[in-house]
Design a protein around this ligand. Sequence first.
Ligand SMILES: [Zn+2]
Length: 344
Amino acid sequence: MKKSLLYLFLGIFLGATGLHGVRALRTELRKRHVAKVESARIDWAVQTNSNGASKVHFRNRFSACDDELLLNYFNLKRDRKTPTVKAEANLEIWNRFVLLYEQWPQGLKNYCEQYVSHVYVVSKLGSSAYALQKNDSSFIILIDREAMESLPNDWFTDRERTAVELAAGYTIDHRIEGDSNNRPEFTLETLLIHEVAHCIGITTNQTRKFDSSWEKLGQNSLLEGVFQVSKVSVEMTPENQEHFDDLHYYRDQRLSTEEYIKRFGSLRNSPFPTMYSSVNDLEYFADYFYAYVHCIVQQRPLEYSVYRNGQKVVGIDCGISLPHHEKRRTIISNILSELDTLNN
Ligand SMILES: [Zn+2]
């Protein structure tokens, strides 16, 4: 009864405000929603303040998410009909991942031991993975169970599929692993390196924080020449905007097949090592860091292929080893060396 009354009032209000009013109302409701989501995040961060990274080894920090407050935060944030829920932690995949983790660059492991207090698995996260910062400056990472159980090449190609409307006759087959590594623990590794990179970006002042605030922009910023950074905004530089703007994943707005293919023509000569890294400045840093570790340190593939009626029309690697990436590769390599000196 109460609910229908509210709808009635809302209906009258909407009816009386006209088109401009409706838009203003929508903006207002959206702002209130964002404010509510932000306060849920702060509530959560405050309540977990004293629960920072502990002496427990990173390999033992994986579990099902039993933090109701955190799950509620996601349900508020995502505002969807399928809520984020608890999922049993898939220890089989995690244990196989731990063997890969042992091979990670030392700096990356040091960072995880000191700054990542927990890796939680949930179901219906709304994205493959997500990082959150707590009040004590440590981070937690959430992993979507369905994503961590998928094969890396399927996961990578499926993500790209959400950004493009493939015309009839076109197929894509992108790869981040050779056939022998096309197993779920490698998907989990990819998800974690990307999320840990988000955290590193904040800790080292290379990126803004998740709430968009800047402490200070670090020296030798990876964003230099790619994004214009001011106190109030971060925008892609005009020359990059021309080729890489308007790319969205997991949303209704998709690129046409033609526009999608055109981007691959520019990708290897651009500062973007992956298509996904052109989404925004935060994703740029995280995916650049990932591509560096994955392709340069671990010597693994990152290749894009598009086919038309079975004929290859795009076949490129990500180009991060090309000379024009040298300065940026040095920045990432220096960050990793700095992290080498972190004490555990
Ligand atoms: Zn990301």
